[in-house]
Design a protein around this ligand. Structure first.
Ligand SMILES: [Mg+2]
Length: 226
């Protein structure tokens, strides 16, 4: 599926791609509403609908990923609340083997994430991910989310890559479409970003974006051409 000889740079998303999205989904849909209700002394259902309204309004925008924004908006220390469930931060299956294999090749491996630095730091404390990466880029550094095609131009300025020989792996379709609009040629998505949820349905999805359940389907060692 991936011709590794055609690839020089591998851009990797973090949440839902390398790490189990269960942490993030559980945080926003269960833990935060529960703690928000407790701290404000309101019923949990009320907290849930109030949070849902606020988060939906910011979807696809950088604020949606911004812990400072949510800490201020909700008058809560979001990083501290995330820390309460940090045991749920985990690699997805086969990720470490995949990263180890990539490290043994001469591919440039770059993390590109919409995660805020606070969230990123907490995750890097919990899982030994940084050692596999040549560089870590947070979209907050450019004040543009990955969903904006201009984001990739900013990446290219600090991390030169040829779109023709670059592979992006990301569980977000809007992000993959933005990368495609910029010209990144090799695009791959994850069908099982959250270990606790069923496979994503990609009917009518863009056929230029290939899909996998797990990284063992694209181990470089499986590619007999290299
Ligand atoms: Mg993701």
């Amino acid at each position: 599926m991936i011709n590794w000889r055609e690839i020089k740079t591998v851009l990797l998303d973090m949440d839902g791609t390398l790490l189990d999205l269960h942490f993030d989904n559980y945080f926003w849909l269960e833990h935060l509403p529960r703690r928000f209700a407790e701290l404000n002394d309101i019923p949990e259902t009320e907290a849930q609908s109030s949070l849902m309204q606020k988060t939906e309004a910011q979807q696809g925008h950088l604020n949606w990923y911004c812990l400072d924004y949510w800490s201020q908006e909700l008058s809560l220390d979001i990083t501290a609340l995330k820390r309460e469930i940090k045991h749920l931060i985990k690699f997805r299956p086969h990720v470490e083997s995949f990263l180890e294999e990539l490290q043994a090749t001469d591919h440039r491996v770059v993390l590109v994430t919409n995660a805020h630095r606070g969230s990123l730091d907490l995750k890097l404390e919990q899982v030994h991910l940084a050692k596999y990466l040549d560089r870590i880029i947070s979209s907050h550094d450019f004040k543009l989310p990955k969903e904006n095609p201009d984001f990739w131009r900013h990446v290219q300025e600090i991390e030169p890559f040829d779109p023709e020989t670059t592979l992006l792996i990301d569980d977000s379709e809007p992000v993959l479409r933005s990368a495609k609009a910029f010209g990144i040629k090799h695009l791959l998505t994850i069908l099982l970003p959250d270990s606790q949820k069923p496979r994503r349905n990609r009917q009518d999805a863009d056929q230029d974006i290939k899909e996998i359940d797990h990284f063992n389907e694209i181990f470089p060692s499986n590619d007999k051409r290299i």
